[in-house]
Design a protein around this ligand. Sequence first.
Ligand code: SF4
Ligand code: SF4
Length: 367
Amino acid sequence: MIDKFGFGCMRLPMNGEEVDVEEFKRMIDAYMDAGFNYFDTAHGYVSQKSETALKECLVSRYPRDAYILTNKLTGNFFKTKEEIRPLFELQLERCGVEYFDYYLMHAQDRDHYAHFQKCEAYEVAQELKKEGKVKHVGLSFHDTADVLDMILTEHPEVEVVQIQFNYMDYTSPSVQSKEVYEVCRKHHKPVIVMEPVKGGGLVNLPDAAKQVFDELGQSLSYASYAVRFAASFEGVFKVLSGMSDLAQVEDNISYMKDFQPLSEAEFAAVDKVRDILNSLGGIACTACRYCVDGCPKHISIPDLFACYNAKVQFGDWNSDYYYGVHTKTNGKASECIGCRQCERICPQHLKIVDHLKEVAQTFEKQA
Ligand code: SF4
Ligand code: SF4
């Protein structure tokens, strides 16, 4: 079995504000029963509830050597070198483990990297490795290929690199998935893929794109082409799927258990779908939700962007209704005060303030 399927724990099943632990347990059991064992989390995921949910649903129910657990050092949670170790110890405690298999320097871009350098974070990570509290040190990355090349040149000790990689971003001049992947190959680093379905954007396709895949005459989900696209590349060690219910786990298992790389005809179909999606516009938000907690106007930014994309890309008449749902207790797009707190944290480097103006124009013009 080629095991390239990782469990991303940033979009867990929810019961209101809390993680639906019973559903999460069912998802973990199905995933483990199928022979997979790689879990990815971070301190901030699911408003800091991902780590404790893993403790309850995975760590307390399986022996430590039955699974691989990756956690990350996130720049927002430390200001100085001295604050790194207490944060790390808190992460171990929240997860209920004695060590992490992988510890990644989280969301490295030019600015975050400067902060990590200033705090000697890479050096602290190596100390933790020597102490056996971390088995492997890596990084996750959101910037242009030249920045990754610089980091990997300055830190050859990095063992693995997690990158955003999917069939849309592969040719994107801003995300540069292809070029970033090539830098990983140049430095001989195994690649972990995140956002293979672009935050769900490659699951709910417009009709013209669905037709391209339907014409292949296979009974595979649209998501499957996106996940298998990423897993088809040489050197890709894991493809993370951020799953939110058991059905998604089962769908992923159905084509990742006996993984087959995309055929030539499937690669050609993916190229056609990419052209169709590129012709429709839309905002390249991956719904990571990093921006949500810090917004002083409580604007549910990714949900409003999803409404906008549903309207412009898929002509979804229901999107006006959902815009109302997401602005009922949260801020409207027009209430943005332009503080740009969200833009500083957005790993996609989106011009959120400008996009919110487009969103306001689209949904609030009658108001
Ligand atoms: S710029 Fe607007 S959306 Fe972003 S954090 Fe500030 S108020 Fe919220
Ligand atoms: S706007 Fe940026 S930070 Fe916010 S959810 Fe989308 S991609 Fe993530």
